[in-house]
Design a protein around this ligand. Structure first.
Ligand code: LIP
Length: 273
């Protein structure tokens, strides 16, 4: 079991790394005009020089302090892309820019997400949103915070009173791909309203601090959810895959709620893609 001082050090390292990544993102925002981007495989999926600079800053900070740890980072700037760089007990899961499309279009809903998983279980999570000026954190067994203050999920008990959020995959034209529309059709008439913020990690943090009552999405990557899922759980919420199971980190399908609404929202939007 990790002692408190080790957990404090790991949280502080994750915060330093996330903030360095956020500084790199802000440094790449031009005074005028839009941010240059290029498509990454899919014509909608964007990547920018800022992504790479932020990932280099985050992963560089982490490995300078803990060179023997594994890293799973989206762009693979310093480590093999998309997979843990080595077998290790501790793996850092990093999204250097979650909300890329928002970032490119000058919208503030983007963040840097840094999570530490030990033996495959979430231990530390930090989500830093520089344009929003907020940082959400969690340590396993020690609760969740927003800007250093404790947070809890909402107390909303009725779906009719619930504000939900969701998102859409970049891939929308593959036959048989679930476009999420039927799930939206099933729940929208029954909830208060629906939002699409464009950053899974921020969606999860807004669920954790009670801003929204639930969030679901399909076709996500581990780095889209690794930090925020811990923050939701430590804030008293529930996180499952869309079948109500535990395969939400690598399975790509996730539902996070305040707990009270989980069964009802799962019944409305759940099921395999
Ligand atoms: C984004 C997710 C978001 C999803 C977008 C995109 P990115 O990640 O955070 O929830 O709806 O399609 O996948 O690409 O900004 O890192």
């Amino acid at each position: 079991m990790s002692d408190r001082s080790e957990l404090d050090e790991l949280l502080a390292l994750a915060q330093r790394a996330a903030r360095r990544g956020a500084d790199a993102l802000l440094a790449h925002v031009p005074a005028q005009g839009t941010i240059r981007s290029e498509t990454k495989g899919r014509r909608r999926e964007l990547v920018t020089a800022a992504d790479r600079a932020a990932e280099s800053a985050v992963v560089g900070e982490l490995l300078a302090a803990r060179p023997d740890d594994a890293v799973l980072a989206e762009e693979g700037v310093l480590t093999p892309a998309g997979r843990a760089s080595r077998a290790a007990r501790d793996t850092w899961i990093v999204d250097p820019l979650d909300g890329t499309t928002n970032y490119v279009h000058g919208l503030p809903w983007y963040c840097v997400a840094v999570a530490l998983y030990r033996d495959g279980r979430p231990l530390v999570g930090v989500v830093h949103a520089p344009r929003l000026g907020h940082e959400w954190c969690a340590v396993h067994g020690r609760g969740a915070t927003k800007d250093g203050l404790p947070i809890t999920v909402s107390a909303t008990a009725e779906l009719a009173d619930a504000l939900l959020s969701t998102g859409f995959s970049y891939v929308r034209d593959e036959p048989g791909r679930d476009d999420n529309v039927e799930r939206i059709r099933a729940v929208l008439p029954r909830c208060r309203d629906l939002r699409r913020y464009g950053s899974a990690e921020l969606d999860l943090c807004l669920c954790a601090d009670g801003t929204v009552d639930g969030y679901w999405e399909l076709y996500l990557q581990p780095y889209d959810v690794a930090a925020g899922a811990l923050i939701v759980r430590e804030a008293g919420g529930r996180v499952t895959d869309l079948c109500g199971g535990e395969d939400w980190l690598h399975g790509g399908q996730l539902l996070a709620t305040n707990g009270r609404l989980h069964a009802e929202v799962l019944a409305a939007v759940g099921g395999p893609p």
